[in-house]
Ligand binder design. Structure first.
Ligand SMILES: *[C@@H]1O[C@H](CO)[C@@H](O)[C@H](O)[C@H]1NC(C)=O
Ligand SMILES: *[C@@H]1O[C@H](CO)[C@@H](O)[C@H](O)[C@H]1NC(C)=O
Ligand SMILES: *[C@@H]1O[C@H](CO)[C@@H](O)[C@H](O)[C@H]1NC(C)=O
Ligand SMILES: *[C@@H]1O[C@H](CO)[C@@H](O)[C@H](O)[C@H]1NC(C)=O
Ligand SMILES: *[C@@H]1O[C@H](CO)[C@@H](O)[C@H](O)[C@H]1NC(C)=O
Ligand SMILES: *[C@@H]1O[C@H](CO)[C@@H](O)[C@H](O)[C@H]1NC(C)=O
Ligand SMILES: *[C@@H]1O[C@H](CO)[C@@H](O)[C@H](O)[C@H]1NC(C)=O
Ligand SMILES: *[C@@H]1O[C@H](CO)[C@@H](O)[C@H](O)[C@H]1NC(C)=O
Ligand SMILES: *[C@@H]1O[C@H](CO)[C@@H](O)[C@H](O)[C@H]1NC(C)=O
Ligand SMILES: *[C@@H]1O[C@H](CO)[C@@H](O)[C@H](O)[C@H]1NC(C)=O
Ligand SMILES: *[C@@H]1O[C@H](CO)[C@@H](O)[C@H](O)[C@H]1NC(C)=O
Ligand SMILES: CC(=O)N[C@H]1CO[C@H](CO)[C@@H](O)[C@@H]1O
Ligand SMILES: [Cu+2]
Length: 643
């Protein structure tokens, strides 16, 4: 079958499935905890019923509102420089923990046909709408994913797909003619001739054909009016052939990711495999939650703030190397709270910040039992008291709230920004993430809730180990550079191997093989390395000893690890790879001044089989830094697989 016929077949099949599913009431439960109804249910916790009354009374006492949308009516404290305009809302007095943590709507990414999951096609649109980030803030204009404009949310709906059941999605752009946030035409950017906001969707962590990867050059504007040079098709196909895990989907249009994700084009995607996961007996349904963390800064009128002045405006009038906001949002709410029972919860924590790293802890020291990281389960769960997340990184953890010694628990963040050498978080602002409020025994709003029989599994999956894949067939040096001004050291650009995205591909791995990448970070920042299609795992992190920048300066001139005598400098201490990161990852944190050795697998790691689709087709894939401001300018390179 050609791709077009396959597409048609899928559309027809989807129609059949929809009709069949409508007839098939009540749906069968396959003896799984994850009943389909629960998956489909919209766990929207807006209802006050979830908030015990004593908490509500505490909240109302601490209520603090602006009461005005007037940008000039800014109640921030006086600053040291009174001349500076102060359009930016201070978050200091945005009362924390007054909005309940919502769960985004779940969309089932498969149909049921004679009791079996079957492929369907979904349509998901991108809409401009408004979103209430905090009880006391005016509605904020956002770009959001949803099946309709009314149901579009920040973040968008969670798609729950089934292992080995293809899902087809028609992504529709309903966005206006202009972006709601500033972008910079001097960085490589998709610029349509006739206006409109270029978009293209990438499923982060997905193993899918290149035509469905969301190439930065495959963008399209509203109603497909205009398309980028690599655009081929309206409907994307996601085979879901990989191991089960946590993925996410977000915009990937050339030069616009930092603005479009900031505006709201991001959401979770899960691949489930019940025969493997049900025996793990993890908390499920209402006790299996997504926490999508993202930092934002707002104008006094509630609009998302993004600086319109670049740090070196003579080079890039608007581009800034990193976006940081002091307001931490979780599932689209600023410092929300969640009422929890004394039992186990599964929390799928995604850092969807543009540039902020997180180092999260629970204020009463309660540990996280990490069961998976990014889209892969661990070999065995790992218990930790803090988790360091780069942007785009996911940890899937179980927390046992029955062991809480306090009635309330704050989730705190201590990661300096930029990470690791930057400013410390403010303990009253970005140092806080959200709060868990323990529902006391006997005050249950659902006393008929069955006892908690879930558990932290003893074992994860055998394929998590780096030794489970075939030995590497090639090795490469990947060097991360930053162009800084002299003498101020302001960033004008970041890049990989001295090359641009537009330059011919140099990374051409053979599909079905594994490789070793030595990633050399010659910048001051930690960079989250993300490889489309492939999955990766750090095995060694060794510090460079280069006090006089001899190696760095040589590399800046020659870009040649041999002539610059790399081995003379890789002599520093090694830092162990944290146990909770020893599995197949979609992003690996690359520390500054280190050589990080990474195994990259271009095959299905659970079976060691090649991809059951043509991964060598055009337009290929990319790999890049997942600090979005870096990816846009332009820490991104093509990746072409060869037979
Ligand atoms: C913020 O709230 C605190 C305590 O309620 C108060 O002392 C402070 O003056 C407030 N700051 C502003 C800018 O309103
Ligand atoms: C909010 O204020 C900013 C800065 O003054 C302005 O650019 C933006 O258009 C305003 N947004 C709305 C929705 O009025
Ligand atoms: C915007 O960035 C410029 C350049 O770095 C800086 O001077 C200015 O203070 C920033 N504005 C705000 C409101 O943060
Ligand atoms: C979230 O991700 C951003 C970049 O994508 C990163 O800068 C930030 O540190 C991450 N935060 C956490 C808590 O992991
Ligand atoms: C994260 O925080 C913990 C405890 O707050 C600290 O011990 C650890 O060193 C931090 N990790 C990083 C990488 O900063
Ligand atoms: C770090 O703190 C300094 C001094 O307070 C401030 O000038 C700078 O803007 C801060 N950097 C960031 C990224 O917020
Ligand atoms: C670095 O910046 C300088 C001036 O800002 C520019 O001339 C040079 O081409 C840049 N180099 C790279 C590799 O971007
Ligand atoms: C810029 O970097 C150089 C070399 O690392 C350092 O010597 C200098 O102090 C830095 N300048 C500023 C203004 O930070
Ligand atoms: C820099 O070196 C890498 C190999 O380490 C190579 O692939 C790349 O083409 C080089 N860049 C330039 C600009 O020569
Ligand atoms: C670095 O430079 C200093 C002064 O120029 C010199 O004394 C020292 O030996 C150099 N260190 C190395 C490792 O080259
Ligand atoms: C994809 O777009 C780039 C940039 O315009 C172009 O160089 C390349 O040839 C295109 N590839 C395909 C397969 O269309
Ligand atoms: C800013 C910073 O820390 N840069 C370091 C990155 O790594 C190189 C390693 O050669 C160091 O020399 C730089 O000082
Ligand atoms: Cu980066």
């Amino acid at each position: 079958m050609g791709p077009r016929i396959q597409q048609l077949a899928a559309v027809l099949l989807a129609a059949v499935v929809v009709v069949a599913a409508a007839r098939e009431e009540p749906r069968k439960n396959y003896g799984l905890d994850h009943s389909i109804e629960a998956v489909m249910s919209i766990l929207n916790c807006k209802s006050d019923a979830l908030i015990p009354s004593y908490i509500c009374s505490v909240i109302s006492k601490s209520r603090w509102g602006w009461g005005s949308d007037d940008p000039n009516d800014d109640q921030t404290p006086p600053e040291s420089s009174p001349a500076a305009p102060r359009p930016v809302r201070s978050a200091i007095n945005l009362t924390k923990y007054v909005d309940a943590l919502p769960q985004m709507a779940k969309i089932r990414g498969y149909g049921i046909w004679h009791g079996r999951p079957v492929p369907i096609q979904l349509t998901i649109g991108m809409y401009q709408t408004t979103w209430q980030f905090h009880r006391d803030m005016p509605p904020t204009p956002v770009f959001a994913y949803g099946q309709t404009p009314e149901t579009a949310t920040f973040p968008g709906p969670t798609i729950v797909a089934r292992h080995n059941v293809p899902l087809y999605i028609k992504w529709e752009n309903h966005l206006p003619d202009t972006h709601i946030l500033p972008w910079d035409p001097t960085v490589p950017t998709a610029i349509p001739k006739n206006g409109g906001v270029p978009t293209v969707v990438h499923l982060h962590g997905g193993a899918h054909p290149p035509q469905s990867d969301g190439s930065a050059f495959a963008w399209f504007t509203r109603d497909f009016r205009e398309t980028g040079p690599n655009w081929t098709q309206q409907v994307y196909s996601y085979p879901n052939v990989q191991a089960p895990g946590n993925l996410w989907y977000h915009d990937h249009a050339l030069g616009l990711t930092r603005a479009s994700l900031l505006a709201g084009l991001l959401a979770a995607y899960v691949i489930e495999r019940p025969e493997l996961e049900t025996p793990m007996n993890l908390p499920c349904d209402a006790h299996d939650l997504h926490l999508i963390i993202a930092d934002r800064k707002f104008y006094a009128n509630g609009s998302i703030f993004m600086n319109t002045t670049g740090d070196v405006p003579s080079v890039h009038p608007e581009w800034q190397p990193e976006y940081f906001g002091e307001v931490i949002t979780v599932n689209g709410k600023a410092w929300p709270f969640l009422a929890v029972h004394r039992r186990l919860y599964r929390l799928r924590i995604l850092n969807a910040s543009n540039a902020r790293y997180l180092n999260i802890t629970l204020s009463n020291g309660l540990p996280f039992h990490v069961v998976a990281s990014d889209s892969s389960y661990l070999f065995v769960p790992v218990t930790v008291t803090n988790l360091v997340l780069s942007p785009a990184e996911i940890f899937d953890v179980v927390v046992d709230f029955s062991l809480s010694t306090t009635p309330e628990i704050e989730m705190l963040n201590s990661a300096p920004y930029p990470f690791p050498g930057g400013n410390n978080t403010d303990p009253n602002l970005d140092g806080k993430v959200m709060k868990f409020v323990i529902i006391p025994y006997g005050q249950d709003d659902d006393d008929d809730m069955p006892a908690d029989t879930s558990s932290v599994p003893k074992h994860g999956v055998p394929y998590a180990s780096v030794d489970s894949v075939p030995p590497p067939v090639a090795s490469r040096y990947i060097v991360l550079y930053e162009n800084l001004t002299k003498p101020d050291n302001l960033s004008t650009r970041l890049y990989i191997n001295g090359l641009r995205l537009e330059d011919p591909p140099t990374e051409k791995p053979r599909t079905g093989t594994t490789e070793i990448w030595y990633v050399i970070n010659l910048t001051g920042d930690n960079h989250p390395l993300h490889i489309h299609l492939g999955t990766l795992q750090a095995i060694k992190m060794q510090q460079l000893v280069d006090p006089n920048d001899t190696f760095k300066n040589c590399m800046l001139m020659l870009n040649d690890t041999g002539r610059c005598n790399l081995s003379n400098y890789v002599t520093g201490p090694t830092t162990p790879v944290p146990d909770e990161e020893k599995t197949w990852k979609n992003v690996v944190k690359i520390p500054p001044g280190y050589v990080t050795t990474v195994v990259v697998a271009f095959l299905l790691v659970d079976t060691n089989q090649p991809y059951p689709f043509d991964a060598t087709a055009q337009p290929g894939y990319v790999y890049h830094c997942h600090i979005l401001d870096h990816e846009d300018n332009a820490m991104i390179r093509p990746l072409i697989l060869v037979p």
